[in-house]
Design a protein around this ligand. Structure first.
Ligand code: SF4
Ligand code: SF4
Length: 355
């Protein structure tokens, strides 16, 4: 669902793209969702880049029902040594990058994970790992909690609910139990307690099974509920809770299509459009890089194959950033209908609500 397909110049359009455009137009007419761009009072522009988010690959030990990456144990796509080296060069070259945010799949399973952590720490950047927690119990990965603590990596961990049934329904049997043990392990190492060992949790809503959609609950209130429940029942402490809306991308999109809820969900998100979220959208100051070194405005665009564009309209890669000796080559952010997921209600981003 790429509304920018319409914006490309005719000469550049291949036959496949034209067919795709037509299909898109038909779908958009049927769905009757306002193109996201039309909803904005001015074009969505990039600010100075301060965050480098790297998606190391699609390998993961889990296969969650809502996964926008469609990650899993059978996926093989991952960073190559060559691209990893280019990323390390980017990290070393640009002091303007304050945060290196590592995601996947399970980023820890993919090539280059520790190399990137160490390159970022050497240059005094904050390192975030988006961890599913259960990976620490797989062969070869039992050293991760200690490794994170030694390197003061900020752990942003998925726990889509504080109740067992909901977590296991989304992520697989036994995942809740493993997550609780992992959180207790991190706590023992000082996570959630010491100021330099930050542990954040991520809430995702359950996938909709009818048109009774709802927005993510109030983040502040839900954080309190999580804290009370986890401390009382498991003696677990953590720093922040991030509420993240399910964008209709990847497995979430497939699920909605299967249930014939895709169009109604987009309409629901549009009807909750909040213009106050736009200023804080995560795509404003970040670059998202895939395992092949292609650059996107965010991880969702990455999954939907909507690359970031230079001012000249070219697709961007990290090799081009290095050659230009600049990270700030993008003026306009590429948007699509699923962007309504980031702007509905209190908004949504990898750091939680926006307003
Ligand atoms: S949501 Fe996260 S943990 Fe679940 S399959 Fe996707 S990448 Fe893996
Ligand atoms: S999906 Fe969200 S973060 Fe990505 S470009 Fe759209 S609004 Fe920005």
């Amino acid at each position: 669902m790429d509304e920018n397909l319409f914006n490309r110049r005719g000469a550049e359009n291949t036959e496949a793209e034209i067919t795709k455009n037509k299909k898109y137009l038909i779908i958009m007419i049927k769905i009757s969702v306002t193109p996201f761009k039309h909803k904005l009072s001015s074009s969505l522009t990039k600010q100075k880049i301060t965050i480098l988010q790297i998606n190391l690959g699609k390998r993961c030990n889990l296969t969650c029902t809502h996964c926008h990456v469609e990650a899993g144990p059978k996926r093989t796509e991952e960073l190559s040594p060559e691209i990893c080296q280019q990323l390390i060069e980017i990290i070393r070259t640009f002091p303007q990058i304050k945060i290196v945010d590592l995601t996947g799949g399970a980023p820890e399973m993919n090539y280059g994970f520790k190399l990137l952590v160490e390159a970022a720490k050497l240059t005094n950047k904050e390192v975030i790992v988006r961890s599913n927690l259960t990976i620490y119990f797989e062969d070869e990965f039992g050293d991760l909690p200690e490794y994170f603590a030694q390197n003061q990596v900020r752990v942003v961990a998925s726990l889509p609910c504080y109740l067992e049934d909901n977590v296991d329904k989304m992520r697989g049997n036994g995942v809740y139990d493993g997550s609780i043990k992992a959180l207790q392990w991190l706590n023992k190492l000082g996570y959630g307690k010491e100021p330099n060992l930050i542990l954040d949790l991520v809430y995702n809503p359950q996938l909709a099974s009818s048109e009774k959609f709802s927005l993510t609950p109030d983040q502040v209130k839900l954080e309190k509920d999580y804290k009370v429940f986890l401390e009382e029942n498991f003696d677990i402490r953590f720093n922040n809770l991030f509420t993240i809306t399910n964008l209709p991308v990847g497995r979430t999109k497939l699920h909605l299509e299967r249930k014939k809820l895709y169009a109604p969900y987009l309409q629901f998100l549009e009807s909750n459009f909040n213009p106050n979220t736009v200023e804080n959208l995560m795509c404003r100051d970040q670059l998202s890089v895939d395992y092949l070194g292609n650059v996107y405005d965010c991880d969702f665009n990455q999954m939907m194959n909507l690359p970031a564009k230079t001012r000249e309209g070219e697709n961007l890669t990290i090799a081009k950033l290095l050659a230009a000796d600049s990270l700030d080559l993008i003026d306009e952010i590429q948007t699509a209908a699923y962007c309504y997921g980031c702007t509905a209600g209190c908004g949504s981003s990898c750091g939680g609500a926006l307003v």
